[in-house]
Design a protein around this ligand. Sequence first.
Ligand code: NAP
Length: 301
Amino acid sequence: MPVIGMGTSSYPPADIETAKAAILEAMRAGYRHFDTAFAYGSEKPLGEAIAEALRVGLIQSRDELFITTKLWSSFADPAQIVPACRMSLQNLQLEYVDMYLIHQPVRLTEMISRTPVAAEIIRPLDVKGVWEGMEECKNLGLTKGIGVSNFSCKKMEEVLSIAKIPPAVNQVEMNPVWQQKQLREFCKSRGVHITAYSPLGANNTKWGDNRIVESDVLAEIAKAKGKTTAQVALRWAYEQGVSIVTKSFNKQRMRENLQIFDWALSTDDLEKIDQLLQRKGVTLASILGPHDLVLELDAEV
Ligand SMILES: NC(=O)c1ccc[n+]([C@@H]2O[C@H](COP(=O)([O-])OP(=O)(O)OC[C@H]3O[C@@H](n4cnc5c(N)ncnc54)[C@H](OP(=O)(O)O)[C@@H]3O)[C@@H](O)[C@H]2O)c1
């Protein structure tokens, strides 16, 4: 998995042409890892961008790309997982994805078109049944790897206890103001790779805030190094040994976000970042609504 991936979840949601143009621009900038999900509505523009990149010779083969997509909670039912994966592949115009993740550890009994949702449609995830469906997707060759997203240590224990094929990845919010030390330690001990999402705190989105881009501590470190605050946040994540998915549809910022490899943070910088106040930014409750089961899941570490 390339260490930096381009996120494709945009707020407000971009139209197909805007998203496709941004993805093609990202390929020109050097991105080869793209993170999408059925729920983002970005599978189709990503599929169109890949087809065009092949047509114009921006890439020579689909194998040069690493594509991650996710099983939406409305399909988190054992019988629906293989069909949902096939539907995502159709949207992407691909024969396989590189990584297929369970998007979040809940099931919704209905398809939804807006959030928050009614409490009655939220159910606990059937971890065993759903994971077996994910394993089937891999066994059928629809995906090269399978994993999870937004899983706590407790949920990881559950899936690891029943998995024939263990999850390769847990994609979670991780950044200087939500460092996820306990979860990272746990996943490392069980051989599960972490991908950090919202590494910039998802500023200017409905689900994020400006705590990172407006952090005085990060700005001071950045100034001393001739870097930007965003680059310091991304470099910090990289130095923790995780992969990163970050979204920019802006030509300059998407390039800026790749410039994190030929310099390093000092021990002093890392200590300052270590002391930043910690608070989870992206909660399931902020998306699905403050229902009991959702609040319980949010409270798990
Ligand atoms: N698994 C999950 O449940 C989950 C949840 C959330 C996100 N994700 C994935 O992770 C990806 C990234 O997370 P995210 O989109 O939530 O947040 P993010 O990457 O932390 O932040 C994106 C925001 O930062 C802005 N930005 C990008 N580069 C910047 C820079 N150098 N300086 C200042 N602002 C900058 C972007 O605006 P511009 O586009 O205008 O640059 C956008 O508003 C998503 O797109 C999605 O693929 C997964």
